[in-house]
Design a protein around this ligand. Structure first.
Ligand code: 8YV
Length: 315
């Protein structure tokens, strides 16, 4: 049987690349971004796209592959894929939910703990001899009894809230509609109300046009000079210039973030701040989870080519 032709974006680890090559004839998306580097015959032979990464997959690229019927995303977030355009052409889109929820939530909580107690600064204090030279590290803040707000109670937000409940915090959340959640979790129908009520804001909403900039200047100021923001969602959800202004002015106590606008070419202002914890978009980046994400992406491709129901369709 001839192997179906697919177009693969970005590079894959061997445990994904090998089975992908066994199952499909894999064409690589040109590094230059110019689809015309692939011949018209090749572009027409391609029936599905294995998408990965955070570049834009918009009409220009999608239209260059006239026989594509599926875009299988490697990742839960699909904000860079123009799903509306894909749908208008009858192209299905899948993602990789659930398999990464725990790792993302773990990193979000890990970032919060590290930021709140300045674990990285304290490590530096020991390594540089300041403990012996200057004595005890400056006192930090407790998490016990603190009010934590989860912005977006989807799969990841819920996993974050479940973990933080174990730290004896008061859980508040914002969502468009009230969710079936423990009665002790306080629902807020507006982000400003949530930010005003809590000391720590965990951003777990999905990315995309609906959530662009929702962590606005007003929300950031409502979290306030005693407050922290932790972002494991998308850089686009936050008004980044307002966030940087607040951090520089001390009108927000601190930020931990795994995501940025224009990553990895992040705003250099982040690098001069000592009240931030910066991570290289690695919340799903464990060997185990990445293997599950690759498997789910391939399972969706296989389902498509064998005309079975897609496992995790988003349109
Ligand atoms: C990326 C992510 O997909 O799942 C998501 O939405 O942001 C990540 O897991 C991963 O970095 C691969 O690009």
């Amino acid at each position: 049987m001839t192997k179906p032709h697919i177009l693969a974006f970005e590079t894959y680890d061997a445990w994904d690349a090998e089975p992908m090559e066994q199952l499909f004839t894999v064409h690589r998306f040109p590094v230059s971004g110019d689809c015309n580097e692939l011949s018209a015959d090749t572009r027409e032979s391609i029936k599905a796209i294995a998408f990965k990464g955070h570049t834009t997959l918009g009409p220009e690229i999608i239209n260059a592959f006239p026989n594509v019927g599926l875009i299988a995303n490697y990742g839960v977030g699909y904000d860079t894929i123009d799903v509306t355009h894909a749908s208008s052409l009858g192209i299905k889109v899948t993602n990789t939910p659930d398999v990464l929820t725990n790792d993302v939530a773990d990193l979000a909580v890990g970032m919060l703990l590290a930021l709140n107690r300045d674990i990285i600064g304290a490590d530096h204090w020991v390594r540089t001899g300041q403990w012996a030279g200057h004595g005890a590290y400056p006192l930090q803040r407790t998490l016990t009894g603190v009010s934590v707000g989860v912005a977006g109670l989807g799969r990841i937000g819920r996993a974050v809230a479940n973990r933080l409940q174990g730290f004896d915090t008061d859980i508040h959340y914002y969502s468009q509609t009230e969710k079936d959640a423990p009665s002790s979790w306080k629902y807020h129908s507006s982000l400003i109300d949530l930010a005003t009520a809590v000391d720590i804001l965990m951003v777990t909403v999905s990315g995309g046009p609906e959530t662009a900039g929702i962590i606005s200047k007003e929300v950031i100021h409502a979290v306030g000079p005693d407050g922290l923001i932790v972002n494991c969602s998308r850089g686009s959800t936050v008004d980044e210039p307002a966030l940087l202004d607040a951090l520089e002015a001390g009108s927000l106590r601190g930020l931990a973030t795994d995501v940025f606008n224009n990553e990895p070419e992040i705003d250099q202002r982040f690098l001069n701040l000592n009240n931030v914890l910066l991570q290289p978009h690695q919340s799903s980046a464990t060997i185990e989870t990445r293997k599950r994400m690759g498997q789910l992406q391939r399972d969706n491709l296989l389902a498509y080519f064998s005309e079975k129901p897609l496992l995790t369709a988003v349109n």
